[in-house]
Write a protein that binds this ligand. Structure first.
Ligand SMILES: *Cc1c(COP(=O)(O)O)cnc(C)c1O
Length: 376
């Protein structure tokens, strides 16, 4: 059996090696390392794929979130609401820009931001909501947009884990994750569903004026060369990464299908098990399985992780600590017990290997190992 990893980028690369190697060597031969034609080429492809007017490439997903907030003109002291159950980057940029991160609890089934909790968290200082499409499934975007329009708020989608997922509206129409709010953000970190071979990110919007401002902010706040009307940042996707992403974007839907096949294998092994809850599918989204995350019941989750390690099955805890319990983000307004769903998930979730290259032998070994522990 091939060695099992959380993410197997090596075998994925081997299948597309000639195309990737050619794309990289073309960039090197052109020496257009920054803002070369490869960047524009990928940007155009991604705009088409997402069905959005503007894709602004940038250096990583964290920058995408930061630049989006800067371009929207959110001011220090303003409140930005986000989910308590996410990767730290989401809250980090809010705090870094001098805004107040306001965290809310999540839906116990989808792990995504709970609309009722968002409503309760709104104050006169609230300026934006940042839903995160966690683990590859869209948050309840119709609810987010309705709340936002009632209270005149911006919606910034953190689609770092869900590129390629479809949000399915009540009327049956579909839009890609990250293209529904005022602005969407994604990451091309290697382990993400669309990952490059280094760091990368992008921002999406249909708003022409906002797109113009996003391009100014990523480029040192520069409106005309060497005239700086705004304080900006330097955040670029380099040409080599764009060339890699162009090759992989053409396969993104196939990659999602491979992830779904692995998820179905896991589902079939664990469905209806009294100690394991398989991922609940949200009826308003399809799933691109950035992670396959089980909720455990009545077992020592950390002991399960150690047992799996002894069987050479890696497993990860995404995420062990809610934002409001992170040392750097402690806030006198929040205490332990305030976010019962998030806190319960942090104690009970475990994510199994999930990538595009999992084969039957590996899936059989992983599921048998999990069942050996939980049935013991
Ligand atoms: C990965 C990730 C980010 C940050 O992306 P980077 O490219 O690593 O900066 C932000 N939010 C979420 C939810 C993520 O998973």
């Amino acid at each position: 059996m091939n060695k099992i990893s959380m993410v197997d980028l090596k075998r994925q690369y081997e299948k597309i090696k000639p195309e990737i190697d050619q794309a990289i060597s073309d960039v090197i031969n052109s020496t257009a390392f920054i803002n070369g034609p490869a960047v524009k080429g990928f940007q155009d492809d991604l705009e088409k794929y997402l069905g959005i007017s503007h894709v602004i490439p940038c250096a990583n997903g964290t920058d995408a979130l930061q630049v989006a907030m800067m371009a929207l003109g959110i001011k220090p002291g303003d409140e930005v609401i986000t989910t308590n159950f996410t990767f730290i980057a989401t809250a980090e940029v809010i705090a870094l820009l001098g805004y107040t991160p306001v965290v809310v609890d999540v839906d116990p089934d989808t792990f995504n931001i709970d609309p009722e909790s968002v409503r309760r968290a709104i104050t006169p200082k609230t300026r934006a909501i940042v839903p995160v499409h966690l683990f590859g499934q869209c948050a309840d975007m119709e609810a987010m947009m309705e709340i936002a329009s009632q209270h005149n708020l911006f919606v910034i989608e953190d689609a770092c884990q869900a590129i390629g997922a479809d949000y399915i509206f009540k009327n049956g129409s579909r839009k890609k994750a990250g293209t529904i709010g005022h602005v969407g953000c994604t990451s091309f970190f290697p382990s993400k569903n669309l990952g490059c071979y280094g760091d990368g990110g992008a921002i999406f919007t249909n708003d022409d004026e906002l797109a113009r401002q996003l391009r100014v902010v990523v480029n040192h706040g520069m409106t005309v060369r060497y005239y700086h009307d705004f304080i900006g940042v330097n955040s670029r996707l380099d040409s080599i990464q764009a060339a890699v992403l162009k090759v992989k974007l053409a396969r993104l839907d196939d990659y999602a299908a491979s992830r779904n096949r692995a998820a179905e294998y896991y589902d079939n092994a664990f469905r209806n098990h009294p100690k394991l809850r398989i991922p609940v599918r949200f009826e308003r989204s399809n799933h691109v399985f950035h992670q396959y995350t089980l909720v455990t019941k009545d077992i020592d989750r950390n002991a399960l992780q150690e047992f799996l390690a002894s069987k050479e099955v890696p497993a990860m805890i995404y995420y062990p600590v809610p934002l409001h319990m992170q040392k750097a983000y402690l806030d006198p307004r929040y205490r332990e017990g305030d976010f019962p769903v998030t806190e319960h998930l942090c104690r009970t979730v475990i994510s199994l290997p999930m990538h595009t290259e999992l084969d039957e032998d590996q899936l059989a070994h992983i599921t048998a190992s999990v069942l050996e522990f939980v049935n013991a």
